[in-house]
Design a protein around this ligand. Structure first.
Ligand code: GLA
Length: 737
C-alpha cells in the first residue's frame, strides 16, 4: 500500500489509499498521536486499517498539527507489509522484519496482529504525562497496551508494554519487547560499550549497515559484565558534544537484555529493546498481565552533552533514591584490610574515619561466617552471622563505637550469593541455582541463590532487615553481586524453567521493594564486581553505584567520562585507592568527578598527605552541591586530547567547578591552548580560583583576574595542566560588578 495523497485535518487526517497494483482506492481517517516533551516528539499514527505506526521521532515541531503531514514527504519505495514502522511489531501475520512481540497462542497458532482500540493520556504532574494505547488482535482474545511516559522538562521518554490475554490455556510469549521505535535518517552511527571486570565502559562507534545489530547479555544476575544496555545512535554523522542529532537509550532491567537495531528495506532504523528472550519463552496464563520493564530514551538535536544532561536530570528528579538529596563521604576498608581485620583494627579505622573528616565508615567483606569463616572468597557467603573471632561483640558493638566516635556506620553484603562452603548451602541446597545432574561451575567460588523462589526472597529480605534490627542506626549498605548465573536451573520452578531468568530479576525487585518500603531513605550502593549491575531498573532502589573495581585514576577518568553520559555524578561512587601510579592529589581530584570516598590506609599517610586529604574533604563539602546537582559539561575529551576537562555549573550559573586531568604522559604534553568553558552566563563576570592544592604547592592561576562568561566560552581559559600540575581543580564564581 502506498499513500497517494494526504489532506491534513487537525489530528484526524483523511488518507486516500491506492492499492499497490493501482486497483481501487478508498478514503479513511487516521488519528495522529504526538507525544511531546520540551524539545522532542515521538508521533504515532493510527492507519485506516487500525495499525499503529511511528511516523516521527525527533525535534518537535512548533505546530503539532503539522505532524500528520510527515509521511507525505517521504518517497522511500514500497513498504511490503505496510508495517515496517509499526509501533509494536507483531510476528506471524504480515510482518517481514524483526518483531517486538511473538507468541504461540493457546491453540498452537503462531500468528499475531495488533489493531488500535483506543488511547488515553493521563497527566501525572505538570511535567509528566502518560499515554496508553490499547491494541487488540482481531482474531484472538489477546491484547497489548503500549505506554509512553513523557518527562517534559527533561526531554525523556519511558516506554513499556503490558501483555494480556483471555484465551483458553496459556499463551507462550516467545518475544516480549518493551519498546519498538523508529528513526529516519541518511545514516546511523551506533556508539556502544563493551568491557569485562576492571575494563568497564569501553566505547566503540560504527556506522550501522543493513541487517540487525544486536546488543545483549545473558548473565542472569546482571545486565553487564561484557556489555551494558546503554547505547547512543547518532543520525547522519556521529554527534559531537554540542552538535548533531542523537538518541541515548537503555533498558531498565537488571538481567538479560536484548536490543536489536535493524535498518529496514526503506533505510529507516528500527530499535527494538526488551528483556532478552534467550532461553525464556514465557508461559502466560489467562488474565495475568505481563508488564515489560521500561526502555528509557532521550533525543537531542544539540549533541551528546545535552542528551546526557537530560538523562542526568531525569535520574535525579525521578529515578535515583534521593536524587535531589544528600550523600555521605566515606572511608571503606576493603583495600586496606581485605578479609584481615578484628575489633581493634576496626576501632582504629573508625578513629581514622573521624580524623579524615568523612561522614561514614563502611565495613566491607569478611565480617561474617563461623563454621565457614569468611577469611577469603572461598567460604562463608550466605552465613550472615558475625564472625565471633573478628567481631566477638557483633556489629552492634562496632556501630555503638562509631556513634561515640561521631561517625556513621555501614556494611557490605552480598545477599543473593552462596559459597558451597557455607551452612546455607548445606541446609538449603534447593535454594541454589545449579543443574541437578551437572558439575557445579563457579565465578569467584560462589553460586547464586534462586530468587524466583518466594522463600529465598524472604531469606534475603530478612538478612538485610536483621542488619537494621541489630543496628537501628545502620546508615549505609553496599549491596554486591559478584557472580553471574551458570547452569541456570531452579528447583522451585519445576517444569517452568524457561520463566527462570525473568523471575529471578522480578524476585530481586520484590526484595528491594520490601526493603525500600521499610527503609525508604537509607543510602545503598549498587555494586556488582564493579559496574555490572548499573541500570535504571536497579538504580530506582539505590542511591549510588560502583562503576568499577578498577580505581586506577587514569582508567577511571575514561570510565567515569563514559558513564556520565548516562548517569549523574551524584550516583557515581568514586573512591581514592592505591591503584595506579598517580600522586594522591590526582587520585582525589579524579574521585571528585562524582561522589568522593576513600579506601586507603589513613594511618600510613605522611603528614602532608593526611593534611591534603582532610582539606580535600572539606573543599569537597563546599563544592559537592555543584557537582551533584549542577549541569555537567564535557570540555576536552581524554580520547582525543592530552587533557581531560569537564565542568559542573549550578542552576543560576553563578558558580562552577572545572576539573582538569593530564591523560597523555609523553614529553611536554599539557594544556597548550585555552579550553572553552560551557554553561556559564555570557553576561556575567567570573573569577577563577584554583582549589584543592597540595599543602606544599602554590597556584599559578591568578585568582584576582575577572573574565566575562562570553570570554570564557568563546576564547576559553587555560588551567595550566602539565607534568608538574597533572590535575587542576578550579572554582569559578560570578563576581558582582
Ligand atoms: C567486589 C567489590 C569490591 C569488594 C569485594 C569484596 O569485588 O566490587 O569493592 O567489596 O567485592 O569481596
Amino acid at each position: 500500500m502506498k499513500n497517494s495523497s494526504i489532506f491534513y485535518r487537525g489530528c484526524l487526517t483523511v488518507i486516500c489509499i491506492t492499492g499497490l497494483l493501482g486497483t481501487g482506492s478508498a478514503c479513511a481517517q487516521t488519528v495522529t498521536i504526538p507525544v511531546e516533551t520540551a524539545e522532542t516528539a515521538i508521533v504515532l499514527q493510527v492507519a485506516p486499517n487500525k495499525d499503529v505506526n511511528t511516523i516521527y521521532l525527533g525535534k518537535k515541531l512548533s505546530n503539532p498539527e503539522e505532524y500528520g503531514g510527515i509521511p507525505g514527504v517521504y518517497q522511500q519505495g514500497n513498504n511490503y507489509s505496510g508495517m515496517y514502522n509499526s509501533a509494536y511489531t507483531p510476528a506471524g501475520s504480515r510482518n517481514l522484519l524483526e518483531p517486538a512481540i511473538a507468541v504461540t497462542h493457546a491453540d498452537g497458532n503462531n500468528s499475531l496482529d495488533l489493531k488500535y482500540v483506543n488511547h488515553s493520556v493521563t497527566r501525572v504532574s505538570d511535567d509528566v504525562s502518560l499515554l496508553s494505547i490499547q491494541l487488540k488482535d482481531p482474531v484472538y482474545d489477546f491484547e497489548v497496551t503500549l505506554y509512553y511516559k513523557s518527562y517534559y522538562k527533561e526531554d525523556v521518554i519511558e516506554q513499556w508494554s503490558v501483555i494480556e490475554h483471555h484465551e483458553k490455556g496459556n499463551v507462550v510469549l516467545q518475544k516480549f519487547a518493551s519498546a519498538n521505535i523508529n528513526l529516519n535518517a541518511g545514516s546511523y552511527w551506533l556508539r556502544q560499550y563493551h568491557g569485562d571486570w576492571a575494563k568497564e565502559m569501553r566505547p566503540e562507534e560504527t556506522e550501522l549497515t543493513h541487517g540487525i545489530k544486536t546488543l545483549d547479555s545473558k548473565l542472569g544476575t546482571r545486565a553487564d559484565l561484557f556489555m551494558p544496555s546503554v547505547f547512543m545512535v547518532s543520525l547522519n554523522h556521529p554527534a559531537t558534544e554540542d552538535e548533531g542529532s542523537v538518541l541515548f537509550g537503555s533498558l531498565e532491567w537488571s538481567g538479560n537484555f536484548k536490543t536489536d537495531l535493524e535498518i529496514d528495506p526503506q533505510d529507516n532504523l528500527r530499535i527494538i529493546s526488551g528483556i532478552n528472550n534467550y532461553a525464556s519463552p514465557y508461559q502466560l496464563a489467562a488474565g495475568q498481565p505481563f508488564e515489560t520493564p521500561a526502555f528509557v530514551y532521550t533525543f537531542s538535536s544539540e549533541g551528546k552533552g545535552k542528551a546526557s544532561r537530560n538523562l542526568q536530570s531525569w535520574a535525579r528528579n525521578y529515578k535515583l533514591v534521593d536524587g535531589k538529596g544528600n550523600r555521605m563521604t566515606l572511608l571503606n576498608n576493603w583495600e586496606s584490610t581485605y578479609f584481615d581485620f578484628n575489633e581493634n583494627k576496626l576501632s582504629e579505622l573508625l578513629k581514622d574515619t573521624k580524623k579524615l573528616g568523612v561522614d561514614l565508615f563502611l565495613l566491607d567483606d569478611g565480617w561474617f561466617g563461623n563454621k565457614y569463616p569468611r577469611n577469603s572468597d572461598h567460604a562463608g557467603l550466605g552465613d550472615w552471622q558475625e564472625n565471633r573471632k573478628k567481631l566477638p561483640n557483633g556489629i552492634a558493638a562496632i556501630a555503638r563505637e562509631a556513634q561515640s566516635d561521631g561517625v556513621k556506620f555501614g556494611v557490605w553484603i552480598e545477599p543473593e550469593m552462596v559459597n558451597p562452603k557455607s551452612d546455607l548451602y548445606a541446609k538449603h541446597p534447593d535454594w541454589v541455582i545449579k543443574q541437578p545432574k551437572r558439575e557445579e561451575y563457579y565465578l569467584r567460588n560462589q553460586l547464586v541463590l534462586d530468587l524466583s523462589n518466594a522463600q529465598v526472597q524472604d531469606f534475603v529480605y530478612h538478612v538485610i532487615d536483621s542488619l537494621f534490627i541489630k543496628d537501628p542506626a545502620m546508615a549505609y549498605i553496599k549491596w554486591d553481586c559478584n557472580s553471574v548465573i551458570y547452569n541456570a536451573y531452579s528447583v522451585h520452578l519445576h517444569q517452568n524453567q524457561s520463566q527462570f531468568y525473568v523471575e529471578y530479576v522480578r524476585g530481586l525487585y520484590k526484595v528491594l521493594q520490601r526493603i525500600r518500603a521499610k527503609y525508604p531513605d537509607v543510602p545503598m550502593m549498587l555494586c556488582s564486581g564493579g559496574g555490572g549491575r548499573v541500570d535504571y531498573g536497579a538504580l530506582q532502589y539505590f542511591t549510588e553505584f560502583w562503576p568499577s573495581d578498577n580505581t586506577d585514576p587514569v582508567e577511571r577518568i575514561f570510565m567515569q567520562w563514559e558513564y556520565s553520559y548516562f548517569y549523574p555524578a551524584i550516583a557515581s561512587a568514586n573512591h581514592v585507592t592505591d591503584w595506579g601510579k598517580q600522586p594522591l592529589k590526582f587520585r582525589v581530584d579524579v574521585a571528585m568527578m562524582g561522589k568522593l570516598g576513600f579506601d586507603i590506609v589513613i594511618d600510613k599517610l605522611s603528614g602532608n598527605d593526611l593534611k591534603f586529604c582532610q582539606n580535600a574533604v572539606s573543599t569537597y563539602n563546599d563544592i559537592k552541591p555543584i557537582i551533584w546537582q549542577g549541569n555537567q559539561y564535557r570540555l576536552s575529551d581524554p580520547r582525543t586530547e592530552s587533557v581531560a576537562s569537564l565542568m559542573y555549573v549550578n542552576a543560576d550559573r553563578s558558580s562552577a567547578v572545572m576539573l582538569n586531568y593530564l591523560v597523555n604522559y609523553r614529553y611536554d604534553e599539557g594544556s597548550k591552548r585555552p579550553i572553552r568553558l560551557k554553561g556559564l552566563d555570557s553576561a556575567k563576570k567570573y573569577k577563577i580560583t584554583e582549589i584543592n592544592l597540595y599543602p606544599t604547592s602554590t597556584s599559578v592561576i591568578n585568582s584576582t583576574s575577572v573574565y566575562s562568561g562570553d570570554f570564557l566560552s568563546t576564547v576559553g581559559f587555560n588551567p595550566v595542566v602539565n607534568s608538574d600540575r597533572t590535575s587542576v581543580v578550579l572554582k569559578i564564581d560570578a563576581v558582582k560588578e
